[in-house]
Design a protein around this ligand. Structure first.
Ligand code: PGA
Length: 242
């Protein structure tokens, strides 16, 4: 299975900065045996699409609506992502869930639509610090995966990104033991839900070049979803090359 290295740019970079990033990133050699995916903000998707058209680099949007068109002011159409040549849609990121009150039920409808367009959903799940300290991590993940995947087609690809909420943008990376245990739990839950053992499970939360090698050696870690460290070409390439 190819390892997946995904960059979540959140609300960073404008189209010119997006083009500049790819001009630099494409000069750095990364393995052909990995999948590299970028999630720029919606106004930068076309700049990203044009920048990577002659490469193996994949891209997608950070969210979408569960309808492809209509009177839905402010939303992103997965159909347009598809039309522009995109491959993925990130869904259920903790910032979407917390700041924009996105529910598991909305995430499941979005995921169904994304699959129906032959795009690959990357479903984010993760526990808060309170939930971890209260011993609820496994049940929270099971509930998010069960609900988020409830309308999914198991014959089509899905990528899971496990991101402990307390490790996102905080510099607090989960310990090797926590990642080992939680990824094993996610793999078990996916099997129980009837998903293939080949379903990729990425880790996300303060991944950097200096911790990526160790994290990547943990069983059931199929790659990373990287925020802050993906904004600079050198540092993200170093993670991809770990
Ligand atoms: P971070 O963000 O790498 O900056 O912690 C990860 C994410 O939000 O996907």
């Amino acid at each position: 299975m190819k390892k997946i290295f995904a960059a979540n740019w959140k609300l960073q970079k404008n189209p010119a900065e997006t083009r500049q990033f790819f001009a630099e990133f494409k000069k750095i050699q990364t393995s052909k045996e990995i999948e590299v995916v970028f999630f720029p903000s919606s106004p930068c998707l076309e700049a990203a699409a044009q920048s990577v058209v002659d490469s193996q680099i994949k891209w997608g949007s950070q969210n979408c609506y569960f309808e492809t068109k209509g009177a839905f002011t402010g939303e992103t159409s997965a159909q347009v992502v598809k039309d522009l040549g995109g491959h993925y849609v990130l869904l259920g990121h903790s910032e979407r869930r917390t700041l924009f009150h996105e529910t598991d039920s909305e995430v499941s409808k979005k995921l169904k639509l994304v699959q129906s367009l032959s795009l690959i959903p990357m479903l984010c799940v993760g526990e808060t610090l309170d939930q971890r300290e209260g011993g609820k991590t496994k049940s929270v993940l099971e509930a998010q995966l069960t609900a988020g995947l409830s309308l999914a087609d198991k014959t089509l690809p899905v990528v899971i990104a496990y991101e402990p909420v307390w490790a996102i943008g905080t510099g607090k990376v989960a310990s090797v033991e926590q990642v080992r245990e939680t990824h094993a739990d996610v793999a078990t839950i996916l099997l129980k839900l009837g998903w293939s053992d080949q379903t990729p499970i990425l880790y996300g939360g303060s991944v950097k070049a200096d911790n990526s090698k160790e994290l990547l050696s943990i069983p059931n870690v199929s790659g990373f979803l990287v925020g802050g460290a993906s904004l600079v070409a050198d540092s993200f390439a170093a993670i991809c090359n770990s």
